[in-house]
Design a protein. Structure first.
Lengths: 318, 670
């Protein structure tokens, strides 16, 4: 009986992230429009877009291979599994131990690997430009992310996200230099990974500035819907990750009752909204960088992460 | 018993080699040789696995009256030898199966077959040897037979150059090992490994031996800066031999290093580990950076071997560090990670070289700029190679990720190390490994994407055809192993436990009993990973999504011209090429590492000359290290040339002076 209940809670988390992800995207678009004094699309517009896309007939390029048709499902599944393993409203769910932080990052890397292949499959110049830039960005963002994970793992003594979140919420941490550096590096990586300004622009239609959008240019209908949904899930994953590590308040401990879960869910919604708004305010306040400025931006993130890890190696108190 | 069978296998391979020489006129000789090698390798693989399962029982020993009369040839099959025996024969079995189909296209089989069997025998002998003499003879046998295979297509001047550089580097490496064993054996000349193990050398000698072993074995394995021969020699050989050299022979080199540094030398000093870690990290990043910029598919794979060897050595360095600080549990984790990666690399690198061989066979082309779109004409090869690419990029749920994950877990345990030098080195190496993992993904997106995806860039790529069944079987068996080892890593870790036990005196906790077949390196609250569960999870999610969407939403599909933002795009030339794909990484990292510089020559509008774009890369290691040495050798040779034109009196007086000075040295020797 207890196992069924645990499975139900885990299932609830999976559904929760899937259902909330487009909402977060809708929120960022809405806030952005308001800041730019536009009215903006309704909050629920991403859902409508997805449904509309799902119903359409898919158009495939003539020489698209079987891999091109499979990749949206791979990207969606790996991103969804990764997003479902990040604690949202509770820690210590039944499958939370099946993958730790390093594995979650690697899952996102798998999704990106296949998406970059999709960019090359049809054999167009825009697909190639997107893939090539995406792997360049990833080859710096991923080590920076791993360094951040190293710092967190060394502070909490664990790479399990549930344990880290519980430790951070325990109050034994206090203010630490390495934690601050890790937070900055993590935010920089999150911006780059989710193709947000200043690294990439999710709303761009200027071909030569696109990275993520150029990669998925040849996709349409249900395939595009899955990839858009995966992109929303990835954004949600990063916001949840930052929230559960750096603002772990309200997370329900393992085996807590329904009231704790409800409280956790409410806190999670508040954190998501705050994260989405902060991200959009940041985005609208700066301009996009040239592509070859991005390595400097990410190099800084990598150095910050390395510095934080080094601090942890040198002294347990920093 | 197992040892006797293993030695029987070696003898069998030597017999096959002789038969191949004798029967080189027969039509079916290559089928016979590869089938016999396959059979013998499978038996050898069984011996290795049996030796692993036998575990802690006293290792069987055999002494044969061969070699130097007062030493004899000693052989021993302990768990370390058994593991590497299994890896060698596993790779050999795969290569032989692949070659059953692939070897048919060889134009001059008599240049390949005898050396192929001899090469297998040499590698098997190295891991079985239990005295320095047999070890060195087997090592040199392995080097020379593989050198003959590198020169198999000797009409190509590139191959001759590759063979020459390989020969020079192999000789220098063997010389270092010879000196290392000489120092280990001491004045009494105890060349048997048992005698070496019993005597513990003083710290100075141990340090010297360690450096020599790292140099000797490292040059064979391809550690930076001793790697320069590897990307020349490995691609020059026929593809199944390339797979053996990259996937297996570098592992024999790792075995040589492990045997000396962990077993024969006794307790390590902590600074050894710092050297190994630093070299390992640098090798990983340099190797993959080179690989990312290659156009030649086999050269790219050879450079990626350099990267993987760096990862293995980084793991070994960590294990040495923990062993020196007397932390056996942590050392066991790091050692397991390194050995797991040895196994993984043998699997996926063989697979990828087979894939490169299949592509070469189907198109006659190794330059990926001339390939493209092969996934339509070689769908099975493409699938197998894709699995290999995902595995080598350390992506879950395949096996490359598990060893990478274990290495990171070991790094996260290392703040406990007391030495300050290591406190700074280990996080830096961690960052280098993270960077190399990410670059590996970029490198293999490029390799797979440009070769198999897109539109064909040349007529040969348009006319490609699927390869034969033997080759496909070999590739798919390896691909299945990549998946199995990735989703059931606990079994591999438990299999490695007796090996790690002999290396560092401890083992990782038994994984088979952990719930749901997950792997737990230390404590579940600390870290755990369940490849099977996440794989099933992702598979279910993807199939459910596919089913639901096709059922409920829409499954209509139409083919049309590609969109590409509305630009008409008639020729495949407009595709992204391999060079343009690597351009961002070349600009970001290559500007420092390779001093990459780009020149654009744009003629004025009325000038009919075409515009030109040139990229210049500088190999700083070759220019800074090898070129001066080569120049020095040439200059010295020029000077010494005069000695060839002396009169008989001058020669006699030279001999006299040499004799007198030697006698003086002997007289003054304490």
């Amino acid at each position: 009986m207890a196992v069924i209940l645990d499975l139900a809670v885990q299932g609830a988390q999976m559904l929760l992230v899937l259902l909330l992800a487009p909402l977060l995207t809708g929120l960022t678009r809405k806030v952005r429009a308001r800041i730019l004094s536009r009215r903006g699309p309704p909050l629920l517009q991403p859902y409508r877009d997805l449904i509309r896309l799902l119903r359409k007939e898919a158009v495939l390029a003539e020489n698209a291979s079987w891999l091109f048709r499979v990749i949206p499902y791979i990207v969606f599944a790996t991103t969804w599994v990764a997003a479902a393993l990040v604690p949202t409203f509770a820690t210590g769910l039944i499958f939370s131990w099946s993958a730790d932080m390093i594995a979650i990052i690697a899952f996102l890397a798998t999704a990106r690997f296949f998406l970059a292949l999709a960019g090359l499959d049809v054999g167009t110049s825009f697909g190639g430009i997107g893939s090539s830039r995406e792997v360049m960005i990833a080859s710096l963002a991923e080590p920076a992310m791993l360094m951040t994970v190293f710092t967190l793992a060394l502070i909490a003594g664990s790479t399990q996200l549930s344990t880290v979140a519980a430790y951070m919420g325990g109050g034994a941490v206090g203010l630490r230099v390495s934690l601050g550096l890790a937070l900055i590096a993590l935010i920089m990586v999150a911006i780059a990974e989710n193709a947000r300004i200043p690294v990439d622009n999710p709303a761009t239609h200027l071909e030569l500035t696109m990275v993520h959008e150029a990669m998925v240019l040849e996709y349409s209908a249900r395939h595009l819907a899955l990839i858009e949904l995966a992109a929303s899930l990835k954004l949600l994953l990063y916001v949840s990750l930052i929230a559960c590590v750096f603002v772990p308040w309200g997370l329900a401990p393992p085996g807590a009752g329904w009231s704790a879960y409800a409280l956790g869910a409410a806190a999670y919604l508040a954190k998501l909204a705050a994260g989405g708004i902060l991200l959009t305010v940041f985005e609208t306040s700066i301009a996009k960088m040239r592509v070859f400025r991005v390595p400097q931006f990410l190099g800084a993130a990598l150095m910050l992460g390395l510095l934080a890890t080094l601090l942890r190696f040198v002294s347990g108190g920093l | 018993m197992t040892l006797a069978v293993a030695l029987g296998c070696v003898a069998g391979q030597l017999v096959i080699a002789c038969l191949a020489v004798a029967a080189n006129r027969l039509r079916l000789v290559s089928h016979f040789v590869y089938a016999a090698c396959l059979l013998v390798s499978v038996i050898g693989l069984g011996c290795g696995l049996a030796g692993l399962l036998a575990g802690a029982t006293p290792a069987p020993v055999i002494t044969l009256p061969l070699g130097l009369p007062w030493i004899g040839a000693h052989f021993r099959l302990d768990t370390l030898s058994a593991f590497f025996l299994a890896v060698v024969n596993f790779g050999a079995a795969g290569a032989s199966l692949f070659a059953l189909g692939y070897g048919r296209h060889e134009e001059q089989p008599e240049r390949v077959l005898p050396f192929y069997a001899a090469f297998l025998a040499g590698m098997n002998l190295v891991v079985l040897a239990n005295d320095a003499f047999t070890f060195l003879v087997a090592w040199e046998f392995m080097s020379l037979s593989s050198c003959a295979l590198v020169m198999a297509h000797h009409r190509d001047p590139e191959n001759v150059k590759a063979g020459y550089i390989y020969l020079v580097m192999a000789s220098i490496g063997t010389l270092a090992l010879l000196l290392a064993f000489g120092a280990l054996a001491g004045a009494n000349g105890g060349y048997a490994f048992d005698a070496i193990r019993a005597a513990s050398p003083p710290a100075g000698i141990a340090a010297l031996v360690f450096c020599l072993a790292l140099f000797g074995a490292g040059s064979k394995a391809g550690l930076v800066p001793l790697h320069i021969w590897l990307p020349l020699a490995h691609p020059a050989a026929p593809s199944h031999v390339s797979a053996l050299m990259s996937g297996v022979m570098t592992k024999v080199a790792v075995y040589g290093f492990v045997r000396i540094a962990f077993d024969l030398l006794g307790p390590p000093a902590w600074w050894w580990s710092m050297v190994v870690l630093a070299i390992g990290g640098a090798t990983a990043v340099m190797g993959i950076l080179y690989a990312t910029l290659q156009r030649d598919l086999k050269k790219l794979l050879a450079y990626s071997t350099v990267e993987n060897i760096g990862v293995v050595f980084a793991g070994l360095g960590l294990a040495l560090a923990f062993k020196a600080s007397n932390m056996p549990a942590e050392a066991a984790l790091a050692g397991t990670a390194a050995l797991f990666h040895v196994f993984n690399h043998a699997t996926f690198k063989s697979l990828l070289f087979f894939g490169a061989g299949a592509v070469l066979n189907a198109t006659g082309e190794r330059n990926i700029e001339k390939l493209g779109g092969l996934i339509h004409r070689m769908p099975h090869t493409a699938l197998a190679v894709l699995i290999g690419c995902v595995a080598i990029s350390a992506l879950p749920p395949l096996n490359g990720f598990v060893s990478e994950w274990l290495t990171f877990q070991a790094i996260l345990l290392s703040p406990e190390l007391p030495q300050w030098g290591l406190k700074f080195t280990v996080p830096a190496v961690g960052a280098l490994l993270a960077l190399s993992t990410a670059l590996a993904a970029a490198c293999f997106v490029r390799a797979f994407g440009v070769t198999f995806l897109g539109r064909p860039r040349s007529p040969v790529a348009e006319r490609a055809h699927e390869v034969d069944r033997f080759s496909l079987a070999a590739m798919f068996i390896l691909a299945a192993l990549c998946l199995l080892a990735g989703i059931l890593p606990g079994i591999v870790i438990d299999g490695l436990a007796p090996v790690v036990q002999t290396l560092v005196g401890a083992r990782m906790p038994a994984q088979i009993s952990s719930p749901w077949l997950s792997i737990v390196p230390v404590l579940e609250s600390r870290s755990s990973y369940n490849g099977l569960l996440v794989f099933v999870f992702a598979l279910l999610t993807a199939s459910l999504a596919a089913y639901a969407i096709h059922r409920v939403a829409s499954n209509a599909l139409r083919r049309g011209p590609s969109w590409d933002c509305g630009y008409p795009d008639a020729t495949p030339v407009t595709q992204y090429s391999a060079d343009s794909f690597a351009q961002p990484i070349r600009r970001v990292l290559g500007a420092v590492v390779f001093r990459a510089s780009e020149y654009v020559e744009m003629p004025p509008p009325v000038d009919p000359r075409p515009a030109r774009f040139t990229v210049r890369l500088q190999d700083l290691i070759y220019d800074g290290l090898y070129a001066p040495v080569a120049l020095g050798v040439m200059a010295a040779a020029e000077r010494l040339n005069a000695l060839q034109f002396l009169t008989i009196r001058q020669y006699l007086s030279l001999v006299f002076f040499a004799l007198v000075s030697l006698l003086t040295v002997l007289a003054l020797w304490p």
